[in-house]
Write a protein that binds this ligand. Structure first.
Ligand SMILES: C[S@@+](CC[C@H](N)C(=O)[O-])C[C@H]1O[C@@H](n2cnc3c(N)ncnc32)[C@H](O)[C@@H]1O
Length: 463
């Protein structure tokens, strides 16, 4: 595809301007503002006079066609004459590529007969359009990455988008992104409080995790797609929240077992988790904790996927111990092995240390096509013996077709959890097709999901 020729967007307007003494500029603009002053977004109507810095040029709108100003009402013209000496001079205004809105540019560069793509909104915030692409087909791959056909511009699909003040860098060609979820991202994050511990099981490039971290939450974020995790880390850095986010690249079930696994030194400690609450002053000042835990310098979390053995280093410096390269416990998919942790810790600034096996506040499951199927991972995940405080909220996204109902979805969720959900909350996110809507099912994890301590575990701890 060819590079866009930006010069093709240049437009020259032949206008008239009033040359006036600069001290009268405000009064003249006030007088002309209603209809006769230049009125174009981001273009100033009062400019320097290249001939004298004692003067200003007040640029008139396209309505004023005649240099004798006879197309202005007499009353306005007389008021103007009373204010100051006025010279009328020709003025050429050039509107360049950067002036035009995204949809204007799209309409100009799309081939004849091609409509502005429906996914157009995804790129409208980006200041310079470099690529026009259309989503084609339906998403069938595991990483939920759409197929695009390039209609114009560069084939490279790396770009930046902004949501609620955060910047997200991404490659549309290799990761999932949907700007239509912006309101949902904001809605859910608004439920979190500073200091909350969040597990984002299907984090993508971080549209829940990054704003949660910006709010001061301790975030464990995971995605199976290595490219998503690459951009998640990059976005954590761009938004200066890398100390608040631990990034993982593995299957979501494995991730939850990894994060919730009780470290071996904790299991052998008879004074289990004496300190489970984070003093308010520590949260608000973001100070380095001294005696009750410092942060790991670097975490490396292993991938459990088709490629299996690649290791991904985390962005975080928190209380969660990593699996080190060379002892990548989860390569063989044995979750029980992931309890082996590296003990090396260094001090640094950042969030309070989190012990997710003792407490997490929210779990996010945004993989609507199949998140319900992952609910079985909560059955026996939390060890009652170590857990402190209330059980986490689970926010599980799903699709409901017209042939289904909230009751049928709830029944599936309960059967996967092997427990009854007390007070389910269904939030309709958006309609994705005439007969299909996306919902968020939120509920407190039922107490029946807690893992009871068995004799053998107690024995193991004693040893
Ligand atoms: C619908 S996207 C949501 C991404 C992000 N939370 C958002 O709102 O934009 C689902 C994500 O789940 C990831 N994914 C798919 N299967 C997974 C699995 N088994 N374990 C972890 N992540 C998975 C995909 O790579 C994709 O990034």
């Amino acid at each position: 595809m060819e590079k866009l020729d930006e010069s093709k967007f240049e437009q020259r307007l032949q206008l008239w301007a009033l040359r006036i003494p600069r001290e009268h500029a405000s009064a003249v603009t006030r007088l002309l503002r209603s209809s006769y002053l230049l009125d174009k977004p981001r273009v100033k109507p009062v400019v320097e006079d290249p001939e004298s810095d004692k003067n200003r040029l007040v640029v008139l709108s396209e309505r004023v066609q005649k240099p004798d100003l006879s197309d202005m009402p007499e009353q306005v013209y007389d008021s103007l004459k009373q204010l100051c000496n006025v010279d009328v001079v020709p003025y050429t205004l050039t509107l360049g590529y950067s002036y035009w809105s995204a949809d204007h540019i799209l309409r100009q560069i799309l081939p004849d007969g091609v409509e502005v793509p429906s996914s157009f909104e995804t790129i409208k915030n980006y200041p310079r359009i470099q690529t026009v692409a259309n989503k084609v087909g339906t998403i069938t791959n595991e990483f939920r990455v759409p197929q695009f056909e390039i209609l114009a511009g560069k084939s490279d699909m790396v770009t930046e988008v902004k949501q609620y003040g955060a910047t997200f860098r991404l490659d549309y060609g290799s990761v999932y992104w949907n700007s239509r979820l912006e309101h949902e991202h904001i809605r859910l994050v608004s439920l979190f409080k500073k200091g909350d511990v969040i597990c984002d099981m299907f984090a993508g490039i971080g549209p829940f995790s990054i704003p949660a971290a910006q709010k001061g939450c301790v975030v464990y974020a995971n995605d199976l797609n290595p490219e998503s995790v690459h951009y998640l880390r990059m976005n954590a850095k761009i938004n200066k929240v890398e100390d608040y986010i631990s990034a993982y690249n593995m299957d979501a079930r494995m991730f939850m077992q990894n994060v919730m696994g009780v470290p071996s030194e904790t299991q052998s400690d008879s004074q289990v988790a004496a300190d489970n609450c984070y003093p308010e002053e520590m949260l608000s000042t973001n100070e380095n904790p001294s005696s009750n835990g410092s942060y790991d310098d670097v975490q490396e979390n292993c991938q459990n996927g088709t490629s299996g053995s690649s290791l991904a280093s985390s962005t975080a410096k928190k209380g969660q111990q990593p699996v080190k390269e060379g002892e990548s416990d989860c390569q063989d998919g044995d979750a029980s092995q992931t309890k082996k942790r590296n003990n090396k810790r260094v001090r640094g600034s950042g969030p309070p240390p989190a012990k997710p096996w003792e407490h997490i506040d929210h779990v996010l499951m945004n993989l609507p096509a199949s998140a319900l199927q992952f609910l079985d991972c909560f059955d026996g995940l939390i060890q009652k013996k170590y857990w402190k405080g209330s059980l986490p909220w689970i926010h599980c996204y799903c699709f409901i077709r017209s042939s289904e109902s909230e009751e049928s979805v709830l029944a599936e969720a309960q059967s996967r959890l092997n427990a009854k959900i007390a007070e389910p909350i269904f939030h309709r996110v958006r309609d994705v097709a005439p007969n299909k809507a996306m919902f968020c099912l939120s509920f407190k994890l039922p107490v029946e999901c807690l893992k009871k301590d068995t004799e053998s575990q107690i024995q193991a701890v004693a040893e």
